[in-house]
Design a protein around this ligand. Structure first.
Ligand SMILES: Cc1ncc(COP(=O)(O)O)c(C=O)c1O
Length: 444
């Protein structure tokens, strides 16, 4: 199915701060010289939405779903469905009670907004104990490579510090390096550990973090008085047979022995966009201590929005209650596993990548392969390389921010391509074939 890029990428008259958009516009404007665009730079297909979800949206929907919802927790029916969906899919301990130990709200507008609201709440609610004194900067710790949490919280005055992930450790976080980083923040009088982000089904490496590592990070975060932000965007996207590490379960277990303030200082978000290929819906779940969630939705969220996208919430409630939803997720996970294997094989055989330059994970929708040139040729060179490759092949790759060497934190030089495995296998095969034909092999 051809993708109507012009329908999803902003018009050239409008400013676009997304470099890919400009490259795509130039490529389409030139008449797609190397064939139909294959865009692997963003985790989106625009073609794979769950059909049952689309049927649910086609209705009939109850007329009330077109009006305001007088609950900041989202459509009551979806909120109740998500409460049990989160508890069962994250394998929460049976002794825990929704409404007492945790509560769940619908997020509409993307989980990014819930993260932003949480970061705002930590800065405004004295009882959470994280309002930074003047001259002290709250710090968010996340990983490199990793999703850009800094783009959500930096505008609120946070500073981001990064835990590097290394290939020789299978891109698992090192607890030793985590401790060193956290201790250095604690030891700095100008900084305060404020948020530890845990993305246990890790974008972009596709690594399912080990439960004992996640437990260690959470335990240390709680001891250090930091808030825990669990980002489970890819929790539902994993190879068959893989048990996704439930960071939420581990957190709730660890809270049993934690100081009382810690019980209210966490948020877990789960986008439903990735597992059902409906990221444009912006629907997901936010789980937190009941008091924290109350403050988040009834105070912070209310300053800018009532519950929105209610027809989408109706359709999502129908879909989640239908056994077809779980079947769809399992089928897609089988497809992702097959594509992970097939594409890594093609990259090895047709593009000549050595096995150690390909990192095959077992969750998320991505495959990482090392750039075939040194990281110091990054920056503008890399943008030029991507555009040249696009012009010659019609394939636009993604790159990921990675620490280039062990010399220092914060070197954002990319060293990996991130290949999005969402498109059908024929499209991915076509992309590799075009790269091979144009000479974009490992030894350029
Ligand atoms: C790791 C990670 N976290 C969070 C998000 C935000 O997801 P959504 O906008 O679907 O809520 C994404 C989206 O790409 C992601 O990859």
């Amino acid at each position: 199915m051809p993708i109507p890029f012009r329908e999803v990428i902003s018009h050239p008259d409008l400013p676009a701060r997304f470099p890919d958009a400009e490259m795509i516009e130039r490529y389409l404007g030139a008449g797609s010289p190397a064939g139909e665009l294959i865009y692997l730079g963003l985790g989106e297909t625009w073609t794979q939405v769950a059909p049952g979800l689309v049927s649910a949206l086609a209705g009939p929907l109850p007329s009330h779903s077109h009006g305001y919802i007088v609950s900041q927790y989202g459509l009551p029916r979806l909120q109740r469905t998500l409460r049990s969906y989160i508890a069962s899919s994250h394998r929460l301990p049976s002794g825990l009670e929704a409404g007492r130990d945790f509560e769940v709200a619908v997020t509409s507008g993307g989980t990014r907004n819930a993260m932003f609201d949480f970061a705002r709440l930590l800065q405004s609610e004295p009882s959470l104990g994280l309002i930074a004194e003047s001259g002290v900067t709250p710090v968010l710790i996340s990983t490199l490579p990793g999703w850009s949490y800094e783009s959500v919280v930096d505008a609120l005055g946070y500073r981001s510090r990064y835990l590097p992930l290394w290939q020789d450790n299978g891109y698992q976080p090192s607890t030793k390096e985590f401790d060193e980083l956290l201790d250095s923040v604690i030891a700095d009088p100008g900084q305060k550990p404020a948020i530890i982000a845990i993305n246990a089904q890790h974008n972009p490496t596709g690594v399912n973090w080990r439960p004992d590592t996640v437990r260690h990070m959470i335990r240390r975060a709680l001891e250090a008085g930091a808030a825990v932000l669990i980002d489970d965007a890819y929790y539902g996207v994993h190879d068959p047979g893989v048990t996704p590490t439930s960071a939420l379960r581990i957190l709730l277990e660890e809270l049993q022995g934690a100081p009382p303030e810690a019980h209210r200082r966490w948020l877990a978000v789960r986008s439903l966009g990735k597992q059902f290929h409906c990221s444009g819906w912006g629907i997901g779940a936010a789980t937190a201590h009941p008091d924290t969630l109350d403050a988040l939705v009834n105070t912070v969220l209310l300053t800018r929005s009532f519950a929105t996208a209610v027809p989408l919430q109706e359709a999502m409630a129908d879909w989640l209650e239908d056994p077809a939803a779980e079947r769809y997720r399992e089928e897609k996970n089988q497809e992702f596993a097959a594509k992970r294997a097939e594409v890594s094989e093609l990259v090895r055989t047709r593009l000549g990548y050595p096995p150690d330059a390909i990192h095959v994970g077992d969750c998320t929708a991505f495959l990482c392969v090392r750039l075939p040139f040194p990281a110091h040729r990054g920056g503008e060179h890399l943008a030029e390389f991507l555009e040249e490759c696009l012009n010659k092949t019609g394939v636009l790759m993604g790159v990921d921010r990675t620490i280039a060497d062990r010399s220092g934190e914060g070197a954002h030089e990319p060293i990996c391509f991130r290949i999005y495995l969402g498109p059908p296998q024929e499209v991915l095969t076509e992309a590799v074939t075009r790269l091979a034909t144009a000479g974009y092999t490992y030894r350029l």
